[in-house]
Structure formats: structure tokens, C-alpha cells
Design a protein around this ligand. Sequence first.
Ligand code: 5GP
Length: 219
Amino acid sequence: MVEKVYVTYNDVHKLCQEAAPKILAQFKPQLIIAIGGGGYVPARILRSFLKQPGSPNIPIQAIGLSLYEQLPVTDNANAGTGVVDQIGTKVTRTQWLDLSSLGEMQNLVGKRILIVDEVDDTRTTLEYAVKELEKDVEEARQKLGTNTEKTEFSIFVLHNKDKKKKGVLPSNMMEESRYLAARTIGDEWICYPWEATDIDAHDELAKKQLNGNGAVKAQ
Ligand code: 5GP
């Protein structure tokens, strides 16, 4: 059975606070792209900790990605046997960059962009996000002329699950430490506070876990 781990708003806040100096030292992002819905709250908290005196807030853009498990497909030979031939995974865009408020895609060219999500599980979503954003930005860069500086993407997640990943991230992103997970955990199911329908019960469960068995501690 997959163990559930309860994470509170305070945990999330403190994980962002702890990560911010590392993000400033390593990436110095000029734009944040939050992957919705889990990346929204961490991105907003992070922005407060990334704010530099005398500089404006780092803008946050949102993209919505959803990982759909395809329905099991059976062929005629297997019809009625319930044997599954193929189970695929597919990321679907539910929202993409607001190009009107960004001016043009060209505005992303040459920037340091931090992609924020709550959890890196199979890595399918992050692979999709990086690939698609890189593709869009490269297209814009070509339009501007090849002398333009390259856009640099980095990633921040609250939790990375230490497991075999389906998705792959660019090797230079990992080598250049442009990937940061506040915590690396086992293959557990994390219950985030924004999903809770009863936040008091959620926080109670988190507290019990802290006092008892293997919780993810923020501090
Ligand atoms: P991926 O498998 O592509 O890395 O993750 C896809 C999405 O699945 C995540 O963005 C997140 O919304 C959801 N997900 C994966 N693992 C967990 C988890 O432990 N807890 C919650 N709440 N969502 C998860």
C-alpha cells in the first residue's frame, strides 16, 4: 500500500523559504512559470522570498498540464478477456502561456526561466513542459536571429520521488544544477494542503504523522 504523507501550508512555505537562497545563487530567475494546479501556491510563495530590494517582483506565468492515463485498449483477440494491451500516458495542455501579456514569445528569449511544480513523480509532466517551452522559445529565437542569447530553463519542485522516471530532462540541466527539489522522498503519495476539503483534519493528520511515523518534515 502506498503510504500517504500529509504536508501543511507551513511546510510548503518553509520548503520555499529554504530553497530560495539556492535558487537565487544558482538560477537568478527573471520569470517563473508555474505548472498548474500544484505549482501555483509554491510559485507565489517563492516569489516573496526571491524578491530583491530595489527590484520588481519576478512575474509569474501559468501553464496548465494534465497527465491523462489512456483508457485500457483491447484488440479483438482479447475482447472480453479484460487483457490490457496498452496503457499509455499523455500530457494534455489545459492552459498555455499568455502571449498577449508577455508581449510576444520573443520576450522569453535570452531569459532565465524557473519552472515550478509541486512534485516530480514519473517526470512525464516536467519533460513535456521543458520540451514544449524550449521548442516555442527556440522558434521565437530563430525569428529574432541566431545571435540572440539562449533561454535558460531551471526547475524547482517541492518533492522529488526517488523512483525510476519515465520522463527525461535535458542532461545539461541536471549537470549544471538547474534542477532543485526541496525534498527527495520515497514513492509515497503526498497530500498537499490545497487539495484538502477539511484543512483542520488535514493538519491534524500531518501533526500525528510528525509525532509518529515517517512524515516529510519541512524543517
Ligand atoms: P508526473 O508523473 O508527470 O511527474 O506528475 C504528474 C502530476 O501527478 C503531478 O504534477 C501531480 O499533480 C500529480 N502527482 C504525482 N504524484 C503525486 C503525489 O504524491 N501527490 C499529489 N497530490 N499529486 C501527485
